[in-house]
Ligand binder design. Sequence first.
Ligand code: SF4
Ligand code: SF4
Length: 203
Amino acid sequence: MRPARWTTRIVFLFYSRPVFRAWEIFCNHAARILAHKERMRSVRFSRAWAHLNLQRMEIQRGLGRISNSHAHVCATCGHCCKGTRERDAFLDRVMQDPNTQHLGARRRTGEMVGLRIAQAQGQILHRDALQAQGCCNELTCAGCRLPQELRPMQCLAYFCGAAAKALSQEECEEGIRLLKRLLKLQWQAVRLALQSQFGRQVQ
Ligand code: SF4
Ligand code: SF4
């Protein structure tokens, strides 16, 4: 595998870390404040959320394919899954289930929507593995129990320098394309939240 040129890796890390982090925080707060909490659950808006969710899943599967190249680095580190705070944000929940009762910035009770879906679809991974202590609820000693497309966006979008070093030039370039699509998707979600205030969707 041809390692990525350092310039490509820097651009990739730039999108993955400061840009994605800041944009994710902004879009989640904006969507949460702008969304009409009843109208956004209507059939029409639920369809629009589901459409965005399909795109989100496809992007996350793409980022997941890249992640396979650095899985060995993360397996020996594990830093990202440490700490018991919940990782799912407003848009992770609403896109997967517009009827979610957890509409705050942070979910403090209940389960991740992705976990509920994985259970219903029989897609839970590492069923027999012990739960990891002091970490995210979804982490087992054998890895995350959620399929990549059902995890919170930040779990797939974040790469550190050590993880990015394990990627090829093609993987970094593909990662940049996918992260740009994820940023655009989050903006579309903010617009949808705003449109729910007025009860109509603007193309
Ligand atoms: S992305 Fe980096 S910090 Fe996070 S688990 Fe992997 S190696 Fe550790
Ligand atoms: S959902 Fe999975 S990948 Fe994300 S922090 Fe939790 S254990 Fe880690």
